[in-house]
Design a protein around this ligand. Structure first.
Ligand code: NAP
Length: 305
């Protein structure tokens, strides 16, 4: 059964390469300009794995308007592009299609699920790291794992999960994926915006531990209010641990701003703030952080949403 991968950025290329190396049939779905670029390079995807081994892979690609039906779709766009991308391809989905969403943050998953209410939507939360040294030249930079689960608690693990695991793609099924998303959201809220505001690597945030603690307290209140108390446990300590463990890294939001790309702010601090408002929570620290980040983005000529 073919895997269709929507989006040929860092994570789309990572998944495409690993699936193809595992002997799975893969097709990329690209926008017209990206498709043209890929075809001009003879449909070649270069992939450097975690052992620094390079692979030159050739794989088929098409745009969304092609007609063959899609059984398994991996959506590898940024959060703000996911719903639009799925809407463009909806005509190729049918009741037994499965969609895997790789987006960071929270909110885009619900947007996609609302577009295809009858289909199985699987949410993935990944700690892997991949980047492109050139278009369709992907480096698997960070060893991580991917947790997958259904947005609805009744979802069961798909039969292909074992195939991925046998191919050494580190992934596991989570019966409750929302706590995983919330925990990651909270950590992202504590790290990503501050790396943009202070223009620094993750490690330098250790100097801002007091500010991080204040923000973490508000986020803990939010997590408790939305029924995610477990995700609230030890949040400040975990955030400081992540900062320590990833000291040399640049956050994804920092990288986006450096490369003049739209950030996923609306699905990180934007989502957290919206939820605080829905819960009637006062969150002055988070509000100030979000506004400061928006101001920073505007100064760089980037969208503030
Ligand atoms: P990325 O490199 O910016 O790739 C996104 C790709 O989506 C771009 O190549 C873009 O192509 C494509 N795209 C957008 N709309 C499309 C559409 N309608 N049809 C087809 N392609 C479309 O982003 P990324 O780093 O792979 O991240 C993807 C998601 O994974 C994000 O939510 C990110 O936070 C999350 N994530 C990433 C990593 C990582 O290490 N990279 C790790 C964990 C989670 P165009 O060239 O056409 O714009």
């Amino acid at each position: 059964m073919t895997w269709h991968i929507l989006g040929g950025g860092s994570l789309g290329c990572l998944w495409a390469a690993r699936l193809q190396l595992a002997g799975q049939p893969v097709r990329l779905i690209l926008r017209p300009a990206a498709l043209e670029r890929f075809q001009a390079g003879a449909n070649q995807l270069l992939f450097t794995d975690l052992q620094q081994q390079q692979h030159a892979l050739t794989l088929p690609a098409e745009n969304a308007t092609a007609s063959p039906p899609i059984q398994r779709l991996i959506v590898a766009t940024k959060a703000h592009a996911a719903a639009c991308a799925v809407a463009d391809i909806r005509h190729r989905l049918h009741p037994s299609s499965q969609i895997v969403l790789l987006q960071n943050g929270i909110g885009s998953q619900q947007e996609v699920a609302a577009l295809v209410p009858d289909l199985q939507v699987i949410i993935a939360s990944s700690t892997e790291g991949a980047w492109l040294q050139a278009p369709f030249n992907c480096v698997h930079a960070g060893n991580g794992h991917t947790q997958m689960g259904s947005l609805h608690s009744h979802g069961t693990a798909p039969d292909w999960l074992a195939t991925l695991q046998q191919a050494d793609i580190a992934c596991q099924w989570q019966h409750a994926i929302l706590p995983v998303l919330w925990r990651k959201l909270a950590i992202n809220c504590l790290i990503n915006p501050l790396t943009v505001i202070h223009q620094c690597r993750n490690g330098e945030l250790a100097q801002h531990a007091e500010h991080i603690n204040l923000l973490a307290t508000e986020l803990q209140h939010l997590l408790q209010a939305v029924g995610q108390s477990e995700a609230a446990q030890d949040l400040p300590t975990t955030a400081l641990q992540v900062i320590h463990n990833t000291a040399a890294n640049h956050s994804s939001m920092w990288q986006d701003t450096q490369q003049g790309r739209r950030t996923e702010i609306s699905y990180i601090t934007g989502f957290a703030l919206q939820q605080c408002q829905l819960q009637g929570l006062n969150c002055p620290q988070l509000t100030a952080l979000h506004r400061q980040l928006q101001q920073h983005l505007r100064q760089r000529g980037l969208p503030d949403h």
